[in-house]
Design a protein around this ligand. Structure first.
Ligand code: FES
Length: 107
């Protein structure tokens, strides 16, 4: 279980407890958090689960693989240093308190 904090472009935020096994994307969908479309359902193909990891993050996240890296070049909102696909971020106790910022648009 991890508490994930989704920050919206208007500055508001939604905080939810996400059980394992789930991804940060799935946690948003299960809790009706707006701003993550996830059109491909989590198979790292659509780029519509794009998030920006908070710049102050020190929690351990899995490294980005080649597929995720490629998809992040095609996102609707600009790719940044902190960009990740939320479907590729598994939830665990280790990322309890993770803060992700949602982009202006996903598609
Ligand atoms: S849900 Fe499609 S890339 Fe993550």
């Amino acid at each position: 279980m991890a508490k994930i904090r989704y920050t919206h472009p208007d500055g508001s935020e939604t905080v939810v407890d996400v059980p394992e096994p789930n991804s940060v994307m799935r946690g948003a969908k299960l809790n009706n958090v707006p701003g993550i479309e996830a059109q491909c359902g989590g198979s790292a193909q659509c780029g519509t689960c794009h998030v920006y990891i908070d710049e102050a993050n020190t929690l351990p996240l899995p490294p980005m693989d080649e597929v995720e890296d490629d998809v992040l070049y095609g996102t609707a909102s600009p790719r940044r240093e902190t960009s990740r696909l939320s479907c590729q971020l598994p939830v665990s106790d280790a990322i309890d308190g993770l803060v992700v910022h949602l982009p202006e648009v996903q598609s």
